[in-house]
Write a protein that binds this ligand. Structure first.
Ligand SMILES: [Fe+2]
Length: 183
């Protein structure tokens, strides 16, 4: 599978443009993390790009979300490690986070929402002027972007990153695709 096939499949299965953007943001962060760790950038990036491909197909059914996604990814030719990361990112299955890829996808998933929300409350609604310190401040406000699980984001320590460092990586990665994100 190449990136175009993966993105085509995402677009074929996901109508909500914000959800597509969430997957693009996750991909961008996963690519940056893979480079940081000397891991396989393509594998990590595509796991991020595909991880929520089944959200509309499973229509809120969390017991099938990410099971179907992992199957779809396999059909597209994803490696078993990518499929495992996609499956495990939904905690409800109780599938343990085993690899660094599993753990990276898990903590990256909610980070994108926190960063998007932090950009949208700025007067210019752009990522460009956003700084790690203001995201960190938002992180501590429990009611701000409450859907972005702080506990899950903080699991970045499992891949050896301090919270500030992780937010910094996420922010730079998303700034790099700001135009695609409309931010
Ligand atoms: Fe997600």
């Amino acid at each position: 599978m190449d990136r175009k096939e993966a993105l085509d499949s995402v677009r074929a299965n996901v109508e909500n443009e914000n959800l597509v953007k969430h997957m693009l943001a996750t991909e961008a962060i996963m690519r940056t993390l893979a480079r940081h760790f000397g891991e396989d950038e393509e594998e990590w990036g595509l796991a991020g790009l595909l991880h929520d491909i089944d959200v509309e197909l499973t229509d809120g059914d969390m017991s099938s979300h990410s099971r179907l996604g992992a199957d779809l990814a396999r059909e597209l030719g994803a490696s078993e490690s990518m499929a495992h990361a996609i499956l495990a990112h939904n905690e409800q299955h109780g599938v343990p986070l085993e690899t660094k890829l599993d753990k990276a996808l898990f903590c990256t998933d909610p980070l994108t929402g926190l960063i998007v929300a932090a950009a949208l409350v700025r007067p210019d609604k752009k990522l460009a002027g956003l700084e790690v310190s203001s995201i960190k401040k938002r992180f501590k406000e429990k009611s701000f972007a409450a859907g972005a699980s702080r506990e899950q984001i903080a699991r970045c320590v499992d891949i050896g990153l301090e919270l500030d460092e992780f937010i910094g990586v996420g922010l730079e990665a998303m700034k790099g695709i700001a135009e695609d994100l409309g931010l």
